[in-house]
Design a protein around this ligand. Structure first.
Ligand code: HEC
Length: 160
C-alpha cells in the first residue's frame, strides 16, 4: 500500500525533470512563423509602451504620474532585453507570414543587437528619471530612446 504513492511521485518527478529537455528540443524546432511572431510580439510591447509614454509627455490624456511613466519605461527596457534572442534565428525567406525585418540583420547581427543595448540603456535612464520624479529628465531620455528605435528601423527594417 505504501509503495504505490511513492512510485507515482517518482513518475511525476521524472516527468517534471524530463520537461525542460523536451522544451529545449521544441525551441530548436521552432518554426519560422513562430520566430517571426515572437519577435514582432516583443516589439509590439515596446511600441505600445512608447505610445503611452509619448501620450503622457505630450499631455494627450495619459496619466503623468511617475509610477505610470516608470512602468512604460520598464516595459520598453524589458522588450529591449528580450529582443536580441527573439532575432537570433533568421532570415526566413520562405516563411508564410509577413515580416519587415531585412535579411541583412543576420549579416550584421552584433551591430543590430547593439541597437537593443542602446535602447535598453536609454529606457533605463527613463526608469531612473521616473524614480527621481524628474519629468524633464524623463522626456529627454524618452527622446533618446525613440532615436534608437528610428536608427534601427532606418537601417534594418523595410519601409512599411
Ligand atoms: C536594433 C533594432 C531595433 C530597435 C532598437 C527597435 N526596433 Fe522596432 N523593429 C525592428 C525590426 C527589425 C522590426 C521588424 C520585425 C518583423 O517584422 O519581423 C521591428 C518592428 C517593430 C514594430 C512592429 C511589431 C509588429 O507588431 O509587427 C514596432 C511597433 C516596433 N518595432 C517598435 C519599436 C519601438 C517603439 C522601438 C524603440 C523603443 C523599437 N521598435 C526599437 C528593429 C528594431
Amino acid at each position: 500500500m505504501r509503495i504505490k504513492p511513492v512510485t507515482q511521485t517518482a513518475v511525476a518527478l521524472a516527468a517534471l525533470v524530463a520537461l525542460p529537455a523536451g522544451a529545449a528540443v521544441a525551441a530548436e524546432d521552432k518554426p519560422a512563423e513562430e520566430w517571426i511572431h515572437d519577435r514582432q510580439a516583443t516589439l509590439a510591447i515596446a511600441g505600445a509602451a512608447t505610445k503611452s509614454a509619448a501620450c503622457a509627455i505630450k499631455g494627450e490624456g495619459c496619466p503623468r504620474k511617475f509610477d505610470y511613466l516608470g512602468l512604460q519605461a520598464r516595459a520598453i527596457a524589458h522588450a529591449a532585453k528580450l529582443a536580441p534572442d527573439a532575432f537570433r534565428e533568421g532570415p526566413f525567406p520562405d516563411a508564410e507570414v509577413k515580416t519587415t525585418a531585412l535579411p541583412k540583420i543576420w549579416d550584421n547581427y552584433d551591430k543590430f543587437a547593439g541597437g537593443f543595448d542602446k535602447m535598453r540603456e536609454n529606457a533605463m535612464a527613463m526608469v531612473d528619471a521616473a524614480k527621481n520624479e524628474d519629468f524633464k529628465a524623463y522626456a529627454a531620455a524618452f527622446k533618446k530612446t525613440v532615436d534608437t528605435c528610428e536608427t534601427c528601423h532606418d537601417n534594418f527594417r523595410e519601409e512599411h
